[in-house]
Design a protein around this ligand. Structure first.
Ligand SMILES: [Zn+2]
Length: 278
């Protein structure tokens, strides 16, 4: 015999209903770039402010290479300038420049053996010098940087942070969370934006987010004049790198057969952009 506890059932239904309404009313937004609905409980402008603070803190705690004396930093600067110009052009052509509102591009290279790179909201990019021996050429570096920037402009970090805020902070608004739980909120920011190794936890991007970042990363690099076909050998080199120790980048961006298959699928579209600027 099945005994149903009606009081509990009604209570659960009530919670689910309110959670659902709260999310629908406040959080779901259509992403202009991808055309996908995303949970978004955090304002882009607030996240950008927080990103700028965390970016400054990160740079002050690490050795930043100068593009005047470091060849690696000079390459990163050059790729950054071309990619950011390509993205601006891409959104202008589509009438979607609002997606870059508040963006103040910055590209910094830090002296580190780690194979890693990331982009915080607002266009704050860091490349670890350990990545360059794996990218080997400028086009592959452009593909990685394009991929990271695509995560940022597709608001993937905001989506992930919103999901984590629902789970960990009960859907608290960002400004409230910052005021009431500043450290937890900052840690959450670091883990959800893929730079959480310092706080001991890191979340991989979801398969869907990875696929979107790959697709738009290829397009952005192609518009910047970099051959998108370099993505395939790059991801194969990534899979072979590390010598037994999984690089930071691979723990958040697994290189597997699905990624390579999807990259092949996106290649004709990216090649159209590449051939148009060649
Ligand atoms: Zn990614």
């Amino acid at each position: 015999m099945i005994i149903i506890n009606y009081t509990k059932l009604i209570e659960m239904k009530r919670i689910i209903f309110f959670l659902f309404i709260a999310l629908v009313l406040t959080g779901c937004a259509l992403n202009l770039l991808t055309g996908r609905k995303q949970l978004n409980l955090v304002k882009e402008s607030e996240v950008q402010l927080m990103a700028t603070d965390q970016y400054r803190a990160f740079l002050s705690e690490n050795k930043v290479l100068n593009s005047g004396s470091s060849r690696d930093a000079a390459i990163v600067d050059r790729v950054g300038a071309r990619i950011s110009k390509a993205i601006t052009k891409y959104f202008e052509t589509r009438g979607e420049s609002s997606l870059l509102e508040g963006y103040k591009w910055e590209f910094n290279t830090i002296d580190s053996k780690e194979i890693n790179a990331w982009c915080m909201p607002g266009g704050k990019v860091v490349v670890y010098s350990g990545l360059l021996p794996v990218t080997q050429n400028e086009a592959a570096l452009a593909i990685v940087m394009g991929h990271e920037i695509a995560h940022s402009v597709a608001r993937h970090g905001n989506e992930r942070m919103s999901q984590a805020m629902v789970q960990q902070l009960g859907g608290m608004a960002l400004e409230v969370a910052l005021a009431q739980k500043p450290q937890e909120t900052r840690d959450l920011f670091m883990t959800t934006y893929g730079i959480g190794s310092e706080v001991g936890a890191i979340l991989p991007w979801s398969r869907q987010q990875e696929t979107e970042a790959d697709q738009y990363g290829l397009i952005f690099s192609a518009i910047a004049g970099y051959d998108p076909r370099e993505a395939i050998p790059f991801w194969q080199r990534m899979a072979a790198s590390g010598g037994g120790k999984t690089p930071e980048f691979l723990s958040t961006h697994p290189s597997d057969a699905t990624r390579l298959r999807k990259l092949e699928q996106f290649m004709p579209q990216a090649m159209k952009y590449y051939n148009a600027v060649k």
